[in-house]
Design a binder for this molecule. Structure first.
Ligand code: 1PR
Length: 527
């Protein structure tokens, strides 16, 4: 029996799903005394350091947890569950940690790096221990802005390290007490293997295994995207447009069932899966139970990060009940999403922010980032090129383009649109991305209506303009037609990830072929 310390501050559905998938029963810690009765305890800390510690105090869990750890009983901390073992954190300087491990948690330097550190990074095992034996160079999924530093005082705790601009502690262990900064429940087969070793009590055994010295490269991510909507027969299907037109001979194209396709991409090596509920802008997503069900069922079978977008905004339903964007997002997180993606609503928010000149905390971006963290808020933007003869012809910032317009125009700007590209706004995608970053978004999913479904390659001018303008990760999307397009976008721009839909759905290019091509060009990927 495994006890889960879920203190109700966020979504730990994926940890539950992973444990169940491995065939183990779970019980929840509900009272302080349950902690000392636990046989094996998993603590997937969620949210921010200060909020997590305050919640543990409020529930009376701190002293029993300290006693459990002092006895050296089986424990696995995940993410904030590792950070709380230290003395404190720069994230919440006034809040003390559990103090089991000497040292303080520090923020990554965002003047040099994309922060949060989000994605698949290799680790370097530092002790001979079964939990991470044979993991040298193995890539696991990290998502965090703060990290533990290795020092002389905590050196005997360090089980594995990783590099992201600076070396940091990826895992700690002493006897049966272990904790990892990455998310095993989101790290595919490698993560499940580690969880299984903990669940079966192998964590403290030594193996005699000394792996090769590991490099810990940070992988570029390959994301499979599933545009989902109800077709004319009322079934929820994966569809795909050409420049956002998803109909063929009047019918919505049907490229398969969402859960089946998501599982296929997971098995084929996708680093993340994104669902976009493409008619979410007009339907109320919480009424869209099939979409929530898709997410629930997918999260039981797919152990890499899941993003869901479409319809994330405040809404008054047909009974006159008001639902905040945070309520909508919360329902998605509860159903298994790791990140939500905001489209149209983010455009309206940025327009208001531009007019006002200040943040007021009321937008979906700010509210969701505040509760679930910046890394959980993706902004999906659907820009379209608007050509002009000269920069004086528009008030928006232009680029000089190597792809002339239909009348030979040499300049263009990238117009943000809403409602699935149906309506253009007086807002440029570069200004938009900067504003979203300032409002607290963690990542930009950068589509291109001009390139969507064309197979002509990513719009490198757009991708470069946006990725140069922000320090949060950018996902290049729209237009992938051949493996070379992925190499091109990673070589020509600073994006962290590339997303494709049509070529994967139509089985024209396997995900493994994309990764082979990238590896052959010296670009780090997860195998
Ligand atoms: O505005 O918050 O409700 O969100 C709606 C979401 O649905 C947005 O993220 C928007 O991008 C998406 N969306 C709306 N209409 C469409 C459509 O296609 N008619 N799909 C749509 C966006 C674009 C990409 C696509 C890539 C790669 N699809 O996600 O997957 O272009 O395609 P490719 O590799 O085949 O070229 P809201």
């Amino acid at each position: 029996m495994i006890s889960l310390l879920d203190y109700g501050a966020g979504n730990v559905r994926s940890v539950r799903n992973a444990i169940r998938k491995l065939g183990f029963e779970l019980t929840d810690i509900r009272r302080p005394e349950d902690i000392l009765r636990a046989e094996r305890l998993i603590f997937p800390g969620v949210g921010a350091f200060g909020a997590a510690m305050r919640r543990l105090h409020a529930l009376g869990y701190v002293e029993p947890l300290r006693a459990y750890l002092a006895e050296g009983r089986p424990f696995l901390g995940i993410c904030i569950g590792l950070q709380c073992l230290f003395e404190g954190s720069e994230e919440s300087p006034d809040v003390a940690g559990l103090g089991l491990i000497p040292g303080r948690i520090r923020r990554f330097d965002d003047t040099r790096l994309s922060v949060p550190h989000m994605g698949w990074n290799g680790i370097r095992p530092e002790q001979d221990c079964a939990l991470l034996a044979d993991y040298a160079g193995e890539k696991l999924y990290f998502v965090h802005s703060y990290h533990a530093e290795r020092t002389a005082e905590n050196d005997d705790w360090v089980l594995a390290t990783c590099d992201y601009g600076t070396p940091f502690v990826a895992a700690v262990q002493r006897g049966q007490v272990a904790a990892v900064q990455f998310h095993p429940e989101k790290s595919g087969a490698a993560g499940l293997r580690l969880l299984e070793r903990f669940l079966t009590g192998q964590e403290a055994t030594t193996t005699g295994h000394t792996g090769p010295p590991a490099t810990t490269g940070f992988a570029k991510r390959i994301i499979a995207c599933l545009d989902v909507r109800t077709n004319d027969a009322g079934d929820l299907v994966v569809t795909k447009g050409d420049q956002y037109d998803v109909r063929e001979a009047g019918e919505v194209r049907n490229l398969g069932k969402p859960v089946d396709l998501a599982r296929r991409y997971y098995e084929e090596g996708a680093d993340e899966i994104t669902f976009l509920n493409i008619t979410g802008f007009r339907d109320f997503p919480l009424a869209d139970q099939p979409m929530l069900e898709v997410l629930r069922r997918t999260s039981e079978q797919v152990f890499v990060p899941l993003t869901i977008g479409g319809g994330i905004r405040a809404f008054t339903d047909t009974d006159g009940r008001y639902h905040s964007a945070l309520d909508v997002a919360a329902e998605y997180f509860r159903s298994g999403a790791d990140k939500v993606s905001i489209g149209s609503d983010a455009v309206y928010t940025v327009e208001q922010y531009r007019d006002r000149g200040t943040k007021d905390g009321s937008s979906a971006i700010e509210q969701i980032a505040e509760v679930y963290g910046n890394q959980a808020v993706v902004i999906s933007v659907d820009p379209r090129r608007v050509y002009v003869d000269s920069p004086e012809d528009t008030a928006r910032p232009v680029i000089q383009t190597a792809i002339p317009g239909p009348n030979g125009e040499r300049y263009c700007w990238f117009q943000c649109t809403v409602k699935g590209g149906r309506e253009g706004r007086d807002l440029d995608a570069v200004e938009f991305a900067r504003a979203c970053e300032a409002l607290g978004a963690g990542e930009i999913l950068l589509n291109s209506i001009d390139r969507d479904g064309t197979g002509a390659g990513f719009d490198l001018e757009l991708v470069k303009a946006v990725s140069d303008a922000v320090s949060i990760p950018v996902i290049a999307s729209s237009g992938a037609g051949r493996v070379e397009h992925f190499t091109e976008v990673f070589n020509a721009t600073g994006v962290e990830a590339a997303l494709a839909a049509g070529i994967f759905h139509r089985r024209e290019v396997p995900i493994a072929a994309v990764k082979d091509e990238l590896r052959a060009h010296g670009i780090e990927v997860r195998t």
